[in-house]
Design a binder for this molecule. Structure first.
Ligand code: SAM
Length: 319
């Protein structure tokens, strides 16, 4: 187990004591479901009002999302490293901005320095700082809302958006997000995006996302943008989208994002029953994925192989 995972376990045992009894039974998917269901301002207000709930979120992030490298969030970052392979230092370079950094996942797993991470929730950022302090590392963490203007200038060589774009709920949030990315990146800076399965329903959705990114002044690296699949014998539920791009223009005017853009299969559970069902399904899934099983299929190959079929896990596992 790498030292960052060990430090996450230590941090989890430290913050566990600060969680009030009322929130200790809250599940990871339940809290995430609430956050996704609410506009960011309300999500922030919910976590601030219910003192201690943010700590439970941070605790569950460490024990479920990371889980010594077995959690979905840790697997995704491991998959990112494995898909980029020896091109990693070409794409992830210099001053790095980690959008929606949670507990400092990208910096921690990829062992990066010069990282500025930002997230909506201070409990996650404090946990990231705690983990860094256990390892004598120093990255910067800032509380900010990715749907508003980002509090940074054009100072970054790389912007990493790991599993955050599906939190953008409207066309205007999406437009503001990509304008921010363009503004804070230096010319020829890198943009790295990962998205979970379910955030894209078919290949034309994937193309819509990449075309929108192009409209915002980026060139997509087609050999490094596509889908990461788990190829393990259990075909456990793991696949994600990866987009790598380079900033080629900062001339971004008013861009029209069509109403059917965004992340169409991302749908917030609307009722308590639906939320409960989703939470139970998530909990029942056994994650057997190890990062050595990750296989990368680039955007061009993906299009040839699945054309415009609906991308459900069963389809993808037969590729
Ligand atoms: C699925 S997690 C991904 C965390 C991390 N990047 C990773 O790769 O595991 C999504 C993160 O986005 C954050 N987030 C959600 N809405 C946000 C917003 N409006 N502004 C900033 N961060 C936000 C959440 O708090 C959470 O930490």
């Amino acid at each position: 187990m790498n030292e960052w995972y060990r430090a996450c376990n230590k941090a989890a045992s430290i913050i566990r004591n600060a969680i009030p009894g009322t929130y200790r039974s809250r599940t990871f998917s339940g809290i995430i479901g609430d956050i996704k269901a609410l506009p960011s301002k309300k999500a922030l207000s919910l976590i601030s009002r219910k003192k201690g709930l943010g700590k439970q979120y941070a605790y569950l992030y460490l024990t479920r999302g990371i889980d010594e490298g077995r959690g979905y969030q840790a697997c995704t970052t491991e998959a990112l490293a494995s898909a980029l392979g020896n091109k990693r230092k070409v794409f992830i370079k210099g001053n790095i901005l980690d959008v929606g950094c949670a507990v400092g996942v990208t910096a921690g797993i990829l062992n990066l320095c010069h990282v500025t991470g930002f997230d909506l929730f201070t409990d996650l950022l404090q946990t990231a700082k705690l983990i860094d302090s256990l390892l004598n590392r120093e990255n910067d963490y800032v509380a900010a809302d990715m749907t508003k203007t980002w509090p940074f200038d054009t100072i970054f060589d790389t912007v990493v958006c790991g599993l955050v774009c599906h939190h953008l709920k409207t066309q205007s949030e999406t437009a503001s997000f990509f304008s921010n990315v363009n503004r804070v990146l230096k010319p020829y800076g890198s943009l790295i995006i990962t998205m979970p399965s379910g955030s894209i329903s078919n290949i034309s959705n994937f193309n819509k996302v990449t075309n929108t990114i192009k409209d915002f002044g980026f060139k997509i690296n087609s050999e490094c943008s596509g889908i990461v699949l788990s190829d393990d014998s259990t075909h456990s539920l793991f696949w994600m989208f990866l987009i790598t791009a380079e900033k080629v223009s900062d001339e971004v005017g008013s861009i029209f994002i069509s109403p059917d853009f965004a992340f169409p299969l991302y749908r917030t559970p609307v009722t308590r029953e639906e939320k409960g069902k989703q939470a139970r399904e998530t909990v029942q899934k056994t994650r057997m994925v190890r990062h050595e099983y990750f296989k990368f299929i680039n955007a061009v190959d993906l299009e040839k192989r699945v054309s415009n079929r609906t991308l459900v896990y069963e389809t993808v596992s037969k590729l």
